[in-house]
Design a protein around this ligand. Structure first.
Ligand code: FAD
Ligand code: SF4
Ligand code: SF4
Length: 444
């Protein structure tokens, strides 16, 4: 897609649900927005989820229209596969250099027909499916990706040329180079989101080596209609699990991992997944080992009570260790909190670690925006200005500022749009005419 102009009123960094909502809100008010996303598609983590608590709406059904609204908005220009390299203050605004990584496919020509995928001989682990599925060396990121454009994993490409021959649009371009674009903007919103705490961090839980110990995001993909297996199967041997256990706070409230905070969403997503698994596998026993259940949002306590009523077993206990038997069935060793710390061991077919949320990006190096002791972006006056960072004109929203659910992310996204709009309006220097063409200032 050829960028429309070089001057924008606002730049939103991160194309998850938070960044999408901020970009749409600003665009709807008539501001010109540059939306910068480091991945090849917008959508963030939300497009990976199966259904959302507490409504159990299909996640793809509610995320895809938001992605389309941003992607097709007259006032929003998307820069996917792009990252900010450098930034400087420029009068009343900012001058930002962004690097657009090469897809080795010409975006303007690619129609997303996927003919190239059929002929490519290379299969690679698919990060969108948490490496439980595969994609070709040339691939469209996933079925609802936006933009629907292919890219080549050049490090694993054989350069056999089969995709180039198969492409009806002549879009494959093996010599494409990174571009550095210079953009001027008056406000910046950081919506860089989160990563889950690593599954292999705790050696007591098998350090990521136990075949049938998975994490919450993997289960989201297994439950999603577009998931890797089309069904819930344990990854170790493809067996349908009859007994599934959740281990709560596996990566949160844990000083040994440097994550001493509560990640807020893990109790709720575990309850949600337990309910969905009960539907997908009606004969399966599902147990949740927890220290306390935190149901902080509207309707969440009722959601939890519904799960109990459905027969999901909740055991108040601290999981000290997970091991596996010769058939790779995980065994949990649990200290029962309400029974004088009595220790039990139970074996399940699959164990799910309810991993927490940690920051997706540290903005200190590029933007000089401080982060708190938890690593999330610091908001100095959250009660008065919930999205304002220490840097005038730079705002933060969603999980870039701390763990939160989708509802709170969207509320904060709209608040950031509002604060950014107010900031733009207070800048009185004349803005250069819109519509001037993007300028390529260098080739990396
Ligand atoms: C397993 C699991 C299940 C969940 N289930 C639910 C649920 O049912 N209901 C609910 O309300 N919440 C749920 N959540 C929480 C929900 O996923 C988050 O609230 C939501 O996705 C936050 O969106 P975001 O846009 O802030 O972050 P993200 O989705 O992480 O988006 C951030 C975006 O920024 C991009 N980015 C990062 N750094 C840069 C950079 N430097 N430059 C450019 N782009 C960058 C990323 O690639 C990404 O696209 C769940 C979370 C997990 C882990
Ligand atoms: S690169 Fe060519 S073959 Fe592949 S999706 Fe794009 S247009 Fe289709
Ligand atoms: S040139 Fe690379 S991407 Fe294209 S078909 Fe061959 S291995 Fe696949």
């Amino acid at each position: 897609m050829t960028p429309k102009n070089q001057h924008y009123d606002a730049m939103v960094i991160g194309g998850g649900i938070t960044g999408l909502q901020t970009a749409i809100d600003l665009g709807d008010q008539g501001y010109q927005v540059a939306l910068v996303e480091k991945e090849a598609s917008i959508g963030g983590k939300m497009i990976m989820l199966s259904k959302v608590f507490p409504t159990l709406d299909c996640c793809s059904c509610i995320t895809t229209p938001r992605m389309a609204a941003a992607a097709n908005h007259d006032n929003v220009t998307m820069f996917t596969y792009s990252e900010v390299l450098a930034f400087e203050r420029n009068g009343h605004g900012f001058r930002v250099n962004i690097s657009k990584k090469p897809r080795y496919v010409i975006e303007d020509l690619c129609t997303g027909c996927r003919q190239c995928e059929y002929v490519c001989p290379i299969d690679l682990p698919d990060a969108f499916d948490l490496n439980m599925g595969a994609h070709r060396a040339i691939y469209v990121p996933y079925s609802t990706a936006m933009p629907q454009k292919a890219l080549i994993d050049i490090d694993n490409c054989l350069f056999c040329g089969k995709c180039e021959k198969a492409c009806p649009a002549e879009a494959v371009d093996f010599i494409q180079q990174p571009e550095v674009l210079q953009i001027e903007t008056r406000a910046i919103v950081l919506a860089t989101g989160f990563e889950t705490t690593p599954r292999d961090a705790k050696k007591e839980y098998g350090a990521g080596k136990l075949l049938n110990v998975v994490d919450g995001l993997q289960v989201e993909r297994m439950l999603a209609p577009t998931g890797p297996f089309g069904h819930v199967l344990r990854p170790g041997d493809g067996k349908q699990p009859d007994s599934i256990a959740y281990v709560q706070c596996a990566g949160s409230r844990d000083q040994t991992l440097g994550v001493d905070y509560c990640s807020r969403v893990c109790c709720m997503y575990a309850i949600k997944q337990a309910m969905l698994l009960s539907g997908a596998l009606p004969m399966a026993d599902i147990t949740i080992y927890y220290m306390d259940i935190r149901t902080f949002g509207k309707g969440y306590e009722q959601f939890y009570q519904n799960a109990r009523a459905m027969g999901i077993e909740f055991i108040k206990g601290k999981v000290a260790r997970i091991t596996e038997d010769a058939d790779h069935n995980p065994t949990v060793r649990v200290e029962l909190i309400d029974e004088g710390s009595r220790v039990i061991e139970r074996t399940h077919d699959m164990v799910v670690l309810s991993v927490g949320l940690e920051p997706g990006y540290n903005p200190q190096a590029v933007f000089s925006v401080p982060v708190g002791t938890d690593g999330f972006i610091r908001i100095p006056e959250p009660n008065l200005f919930p999205c304002r960072t220490d840097q005038p004109g730079i705002f933060a929203a969603g999980t870039a500022a701390g763990p939160m659910d989708i509802v709170d992310s969207i509320v904060m996204a709209s608040a950031a749009a509002s604060e950014a709009a107010a900031h733009i309006e207070t800048q009185h220097s004349p803005q250069p005419a819109r519509g001037s063409q993007e300028r390529i200032v260098s080739y990396a």
